[in-house]
Design a protein around this ligand. Structure first.
Ligand code: FPP
Length: 255
């Protein structure tokens, strides 16, 4: 099998088999529901939090390979508006994991040209996390590689309501003419403003649902689901998903 080597930075090299991938037709934007962390940990007799920790490592590996093959944006579902319903200990663990990630990975992100962005509601997030998010976004803002768009305290319905309220407020103030509200104006009021819709949505963990992720944006997104749990999701699986995507015919409602 033909292997291609890609240099990521001075001391890290990826060795990924890219046979069968058309590098001219790589999806621009890939969204990922990082599911299966808890089950992955359970079958190993470990606490669910162990799975989240492993899942955070998986995300790093997937961002690297995606950056390498020319994906421009990864949107990863790290914490949903519904995840607050989990036990306080798990919520606290996820917040700490996120805080640590934002502190410890900045240097590596900058080295690899990764730009960090966030979508979701700031309401309810601890101040320390908000500060770290703002700092991470600011210090990676000028990077020109892949955008890692982390969905934190994100819900698709919450995002749509946020857009509706913002537009309604502008309309009441006379800044927007109701007759002019169209998909473009609506999208300018979503958290994902300025980003194209995902081309591909990957869901590990085997569940066949959307879980309130990017409800507006995924109208014509290709979906790829695998039973593999997120911590076991390797760079090779990511390549497999890209190949499956490239075999699809996208018609966007046309013929
Ligand atoms: C869903 O799996 C996963 C989450 C709710 C959290 C995802 C978070 C991470 C992968 C790590 C944090 C990310 C960063 C950027 C530090 P689940 O726990 O619901 O799995 P299960 O369905 O097997 O229970």
């Amino acid at each position: 099998m033909l292997k291609h080597l890609f240099t990521i930075d001075s001391n890290k090299i990826l060795d990924i088999d890219l046979t069968g991938i058309d590098l001219q037709r790589v999806p621009v934007h890939v969204a990922i529901i990082m599911d299966g962390n808890g089950r992955w940990a359970n079958i190993r007799g470990k606490a669910r939090t162990f799975g989240h920790q492993a899942g955070a490592e998986t995300l790093k590996a997937i961002v690297k390979v995606a950056n390498c093959i020319g994906v421009k944006i990864i949107t990863a579902y790290a914490f949903s508006t519904e995840n607050w319903k989990r036990p306080v200990s798990e919520v606290d663990f996820l917040m700490n994991l996120l805080g640590g990630y934002l502190t410890n990975e900045i240097e590596e992100f900058n080295k690899n040209g990764v730009q960090l962005r966030f979508i979701g509601s700031r309401r309810g997030l601890p101040d320390e996390i908000l500060r770290k998010m703002d700092y991470a976004a600011a210090v990676t803002e000028r990077n020109t590689g892949i955008i890692l768009n982390l969905a934190i305290n994100y819900g698709g319905r919450d995002e749509i309501l946020y857009a509706v309220k913002t537009i309604a407020t502008a309309a009441v103030a006379g800044q927007i003419d109701v007759d002019n509200i169209d998909t473009n104006i609506f999208e300018e009021h979503l958290y994902t403003k300025g980003l194209p819709a995902p081309d591909l949505l990957i869901r590990p963990g085997g569940d066949m649902r959307i879980s309130n992720f990017l409800l507006w944006q995924i109208a014509y997104t290709e979906i790829w689901i695998t039973d593999i749990y997120w911590p076991d999701f390797t760079q090779e699986y990511f390549i497999e998903a890209i190949k499956a995507y490239q075999r699809r015919e996208r018609r966007f409602g046309g013929l």
